[in-house]
Design a protein around this ligand. Structure first.
Ligand code: PGA
Length: 245
């Protein structure tokens, strides 16, 4: 199966020409068949980005409603109509800064799937839970997944949801962040696969140097990349690492 390499640009870069330059850099070499690259730019750039080549488009969030009086929101149907195939949901930054709850994420997932998109559901424990050990982290992550998918059938989950295991303490912009140990990440991902059966990827301080160590774990289906996706050369190293597995 193709390894997934997903770019989460977050709220960067701040101009469309820069965004197009970054994408042109990322796609300057053909993307190997063995790899699926999904680029998730800020929403305003989605319809304006050029030079996608074999990269697919993802969004970083969407509404639980499809249209109507929801000022400031973006509908999953709109995203679908713009050529988006994937939506990141439940990212820890949205949970923390925008107070998104498991219930809100569950509604969003349902709307996204009903609109014909796939959800990239982010889950992961805090540093405090991590310190309590593997069982505590598993309990926390399982609860996040169960809550976010409570209204879906097993098959719907398997076919439409990619789970991204992103321990919050490993996300590069967080205090004292460091990447997870690839074997520990693989262990958690094996645990998640018992719950969802679908694809499961790792995110948190992945870069050109460490990507191979994560991707060579058979159970890890890909990586979700924040900071390193903003540097074309670095991101291309991750794509290359994924193609060499
Ligand atoms: P990072 O971000 O790669 O900068 O750690 C990952 C993410 O937040 O999705």
């Amino acid at each position: 199966m193709q390894k997934l390499v997903i770019a989460n640009w977050k709220m960067n870069p701040v101009s469309l020409p820069e965004a197009n330059r970054l994408l042109a850099g990322i796609t300057s070499r053909p993307i190997p068949e063995k790899v699926k690259v999904i680029v998730c730019p800020p929403t305003p750039y989605i319809s304006a980005l050029k030079i996608l080549r074999r990269a697919e488009l993802g969004a970083q969030d969407s509404s639980w409603e499809k249209s109507g009086p929801f000022t400031g929101a973006t509908s999953p149907v709109m995203l679908k109509n713009l050529g988006v195939n994937y939506v990141i949901l439940g990212h820890s930054e949205r949970r923390i800064h925008f107070k998104e709850t498991d219930q809100m994420i569950e509604r969003k997932i349902r709307a996204v799937i009903e609109s014909g998109l796939k959800a990239i559901l982010c889950v992961g424990e805090t540093a405090a839970i991590h310190k309590r050990g593997q069982l505590a982290a598993e309990y926390y992550v399982k609860n996040q997944i169960v809550q976010a998918t409570s209204s879906l059938k097993k098959k719907e989950i398997e076919e439409n949801i990619i789970v991204a295991y992103e321990p919050i303490w490993a996300i590069s912009t967080n205090l004292n962040a460091k990447p997870d140990d690839p074997q520990d990440a693989a262990r958690m991902i094996s645990f998640i696969k018992k719950i969802t059966k679908g694809q499961v990827i790792y995110g948190g301080s992945v870069n050109g140097k460490n990507a191979h160590d994560f991707l060579k774990q058979i159970v890890i289906d890909g990586v979700l990349v924040g900071n390193a996706s903003l540097k074309a050369a670095e991101f291309k190293k991750i794509i290359t690492a994924a193609s060499e597995i």
